[in-house]
Design a protein around this ligand. Structure first.
Ligand code: GLU
Length: 378
């Protein structure tokens, strides 16, 4: 099977190093037979392999567990109770994964299942754990396949739609592009199925109230599946605030990324790294404090990482991956950052050279107590 490079991608997709692709149930599950659409899945696997051959990492967010499980369990009533929906997801998820595994085998790629709940993307420690796992899967050349862990989440604590889940997943892995593949090829001024004069919008520079209004009302349910346009725009908003562009495109062709004729690109508000630093600086309650000497404060202000040698004192109890506040000798907060070592470990290595870390702790997680990429000056 040829893995010819994909030509003429939207620019935001061509320049992205990490891409999150979300596919809706209507694409994955054949409406007639109720089973996975193997040919379509193979086509997408080929497209993803072509992107990965260009050195990109791809996270796939796939719906379809509920739809596959319903048919498998014979739950054919239109309206199911919550526990029946969860049972359907439980039965459908392994079927969904094995269909993806078969599809990716044809392009010699390995797959891995990542089931997330809203808490996993909202509680910082779980967020960092999930991020580390997905990063490792990327390093191993694997395609992580994400779905919501539908069997354990109830209405009030679930995402409920995979558009917003995909936006959070894109933010989690620091994607520069999120592709929402469904049965509609972009945003329109009105629902094109009901209004023949609805106009397609190829590019949204700024996601403002007028765009949100377009996606609401009559247009909210455009497209089948749980989502519709309203959740796609909500997803684009989440992704955009994390520095990730959103592409809304139709997946109704056999290799949907190679054949993307018409789509809507929604540009992000900031770069992904600026957004990540804003997240560190703004949304996190620090778990402890690191008091520095003057030399270390100067180094941080010159864009350097924080090394153990410049740390004078530590307060609080925190673990690796927690956020801490960084304090100058005058008592001012100069930065916030995510630590590579626990409070206990930093107490042992403070004031020492990085080359001593392994000798003191018996292991090393790197030379830096806080890497500059994980630090925001305040
Ligand atoms: N997580 C659901 C499933 O796999 C899909 C949710 C959605 O369609 O947005 O069945």
């Amino acid at each position: 099977m040829s893995l010819d490079a994909i030509k003429s991608l939207p620019d935001v997709l061509a320049s992205a190093k990490r891409i999150t692709i979300k596919v809706g149930s209507a694409l994955v599950v054949d409406a007639g037979s109720g089973v996975a659409d193997a040919a379509w899945m193979r086509g997408l696997a080929q497209d993803i392999a072509a992107l990965m051959a260009q050195g990109k990492s791809v996270l796939l967010v796939s719906s379809g567990a509920g739809a596959l499980g319903r048919r498998y369990l014979g739950l054919t009533r239109k309206k199911l109770k919550l526990d029946e929906k969860q049972a359907a997801a439980a039965a459908g998820q392994p079927r969904l994964m094995s269909a993806w595994e078969e599809a990716f085998q044809t392009v010699s790629l390995k797959t891995a299942q990542v089931l997330l709940t809203r808490e996993d993307t909202e509680k910082r420690r779980r967020w960092l754990n999930a991020r580390a796992t997905v990063d490792t899967l990327f390093d191993l050349g694997c395609v992580p396949i994400v779905n919501e862990n539908d069997t354990v989440v109830t209405e009030e604590i679930r995402y409920g739609d995979n558009d917003r889940l995909a936006a959070r997943a894109a933010q989690l892995v620091r994607s520069e592009a999120l592709v929402l593949l469904s049965d509609i090829d972009g945003l329109y001024t009105d629902d094109p199925r009901r209004n023949a004069s609805a106009e397609h919008i190829p590019l949204v520079e700024k996601l403002d109230a007028s765009i949100e209004a377009m996606a609401g009302g009559a247009n909210a349910q455009a497209g089948v599946g749980t989502g519709g346009m309203a959740t796609k725009i909500a997803a684009a908003k989440i992704a955009g605030s994390a520095g990730c562009a959103t592409i809304i495109a139709s997946g109704q062709t056999i290799r949907p990324l190679s054949n993307m004729a018409r789509f809507t690109v929604i540009r992000p508000q900031a770069s992904a790294s600026a957004a990540y630093k804003a997240w560190i600086a703004g949304t996190v309650v620090p778990a402890g404090k690191l008091m520095l000497d003057d030399g270390a404060v100067r180094a941080l202000r010159n864009g350097k990482s924080l090394l153990p040698s410049g740390i004078v004192e530590i307060t609080g109890q925190f673990d690796k991956g927690d956020s801490v506040s960084i304090i100058s000798p005058a008592g001012d907060e100069v930065a916030r950052g995510i630590v590579t070592y626990s409070a206990e470990a930093i107490r042992a290595i403070r004031g020492r050279g990085s080359h001593d870390i392994e000798g003191i702790l018996g292991y090393t997680s790197g030379d830096e107590v806080i890497h500059r990429d994980d630090m925001a000056l305040v």
